[in-house]
Design a protein around this ligand. Structure first.
Ligand SMILES: Nc1ncnc2c1ncn2[C@@H]1O[C@H](COP(=O)(O)OC(=O)CCCC[C@@H]2CCSS2)[C@@H](O)[C@H]1O
Length: 329
């Protein structure tokens, strides 16, 4: 197995691009990669992004939202969360075998005095509390099996950023499984930094070797990684647009204006059908507004821009742009 040093990049788009690049482009081998991301939500491949995130909080705190290649639920990362990624050759027996990839990490934790174990699912837990979520992607005889390690993350953000909107959205997307979480620092006898922790896990995984075999990425490699980061992991089409089809329905009473019931069908992130029902004081034909919405991106900025060119008072009576946005998102 070769260790791939990522020179301490913290941008989640770059780190996920690097992981995919190693998987698809580097010579076939077994690789280990670590990465630590700035505050971000990493969404599972088959999830509906808007269903999983607290959009307002995410925007206010400047949290990145990035979709990954592997399945499973949404997790929160920050500089206190260490990710490990095994990118391996696979004879077909590794997929769904989380034990194989979490065991070395569990053993490393044990050396630090942390009694952790793999839960029935894909989590590493200490007692009843989750310290690591794991997911996999496999294709053409290769597998990525990666996991988080909550070392000293901001726990308030973990729960605030991942508020799910179950009442508003209906879809066949993969739902996240909420757990009680804990930071590993809670269980350590001796204090240490996340960098010391990373080095400790690394040496434990490569135990018995005098020197850790390392793959050094070339400038050419990095160029392609950055390109992939831009093309995929920074794109709206991948992070939002790749969500499975969903329906949004929202009923609300707006003081002084009436009751509203907005229904949207969204495919590939684009509004395909829209209907506005309710009892409110507008003179204009509400269907005209519904028609305007069709074809737009289901996205805060796009809908705000579109809506600011609509004479809301004419169609809906005395409502503000904010009221209207709260009906749509
Ligand atoms: N960072 C982190 N680590 C562990 N558990 C977390 C984390 N953030 C949130 N959670 C909890 O897990 C659930 C979601 O659990 P669920 O089981 O639905 O999803 C996962 O675990 C996916 C793990 C993906 C790991 C990848 C590795 C490298 S890039 S991301 C969430 O609602 C929280 O309760």
């Amino acid at each position: 197995m070769l260790f791939v040093s990522n020179e301490q990049h913290h941008d989640p788009a770059v780190n996920l691009a690097l992981e995919e690049y190693i998987f698809r482009q580097l010579p076939e081998n077994n690789y280990l990669l670590f990465y630590i991301n700035e505050p971000s939500i990493i969404i599972g491949k088959n999830q509906n992004t808007v269903e999983e995130i607290n959009a307002e909080y995410v925007k206010q705190q400047g949290i990145h939202v990035v979709r990954r290649m592997s399945g499973g639920g949404a997790v929160y990362h920050d500089l206190g969360n260490l990710n490990f990624s095994f990118i391996m050759k696979d004879d077909g027996s590794s997929f769904h075998n989380f034990k194989k990839f979490t065991e070395p990490v569990v053993a490393a934790l044990k050396e630090l005095g942390v009694e952790a174990e793999l839960s029935g699912r894909n989590d590493i837990q200490v007692g009843e509390r989750k310290i690591s979520g794991n997911a996999q992607f496999h294709s053409r005889g290769k597998i990525i099996s990666h996991g988080t390690l909550l070392f000293n993350s901001e726990m308030d953000n973990v729960s605030s950023a991942l508020k799910v909107n179950a009442e508003k959205y209906v879809s066949k997307s993969t739902k996240s499984v909420r757990s009680r979480v804990a930071n590993i620092t809670e269980f350590l006898k001796e204090p240490m930094t996340i960098e010391q922790f990373r080095v400790k896990i690394l040496h434990s995984i490569f135990a018995g070797l005098d020197e850790i075999p390392t793959y050094k990425l070339t400038d050419e490699d990095w160029k392609k990684v950055y390109q992939l980061a831009d093309e995929r992991y920074r794109s709206w089409e991948w992070n939002y647009g790749r969500s499975p089809e969903f329906n949004m329905q929202q009923r609300k009473r707006i003081e002084g204006a009436g009751t509203f019931d907005v229904r949207l069908n969204v495919q590939d992130g684009i509004i395909k059908e829209a209907a506005i029902y309710g009892d409110f004081f507008g003179r204009g034909d509400r269907n005209e507004v519904a028609e305007e919405l069709v074809g737009a991106r289901y996205d805060e900025q796009a809908l705000r821009e579109l809506s600011s060119s609509i004479d809301l008072a004419y169609y809906f009576g005395p409502i503000t742009l904010e009221d209207w946005m709260n009906l749509l998102m």
